[in-house]
Design a protein. Sequence first.
Length: 285
Amino acid sequence: MKPAPFIRHVPKTLDEALKILSEVAGQDGRVLAGGQSLVPIMAFRLAKPAHLVDINEVEGLDRITSDGKTLSIGACVRHAAFHKPVVDNPLGALLTFVARHIAHYPIRTRGTFCGSLAHADPSAEWCLVAATLDATMVAQSTRGERSIAAADYFQGIMSTALAEDELLTQVRLPLLAPDAKFGFNEFSRRAGDFAMSAALVTYTVQGGKIAGAHIGVGGAEPSPRRMADAEAALNGQAPGDKAFRAAAEAAASAIDPLEDHQTTGEYRRDLVRAVVRRALENSVS
């Protein structure tokens, strides 16, 4: 299959990109950055946008910056940018560890961090990172700029709070405490496949007890999210098998699992139980 006919626009500035997007959004105009999600579905004609706004030549959208409190990731930053830590903070190591699990190397060299969040596949690793770490999405249009909290941004399977004429220009992740620990685990049927369930955890240890736990689960529900019950089960406990199993059980009990012709809800619940426990075990290894 080949894509249906479309017009490609190549703006050079952000203002130009936003202006074009405002004009073509109503005609199913789409933003093209990495294209690793959009182009395949166009090739199968599952999407037939009349216009593509190619933002790859817009200056400044390929930058990663930090102000000492947050890490800002521009709309054209590739997955491969995180193959090495981009900041001297546990967040840098976390992003590098997670990046290794994204699809395959050729896809990582072209796909983008923000593009993954705009596509909002519930099993996407960067969506899980954003939800778990309480990221802020910065959306811009000709009407101005707005910041969207991760808890408000994800609105279901491949559905977000972005308006059709808004461009996700950057994502801001809070830096972790210098002594923060993290763990990540995901399960997929084959290497590089979409995760059927994934978990990311971060926390600190104060006086031998876990504090400030963040536990996120992706791939098991229509959107990734933090698991408040699991975090409550972990905070105040000593790191170890007993606390980790209690948190994993709380996460498994809290989800409303996706089901399909291959996977029952109970199977996905078991997966959540496993990936949360393994992510926590990884955090102390």
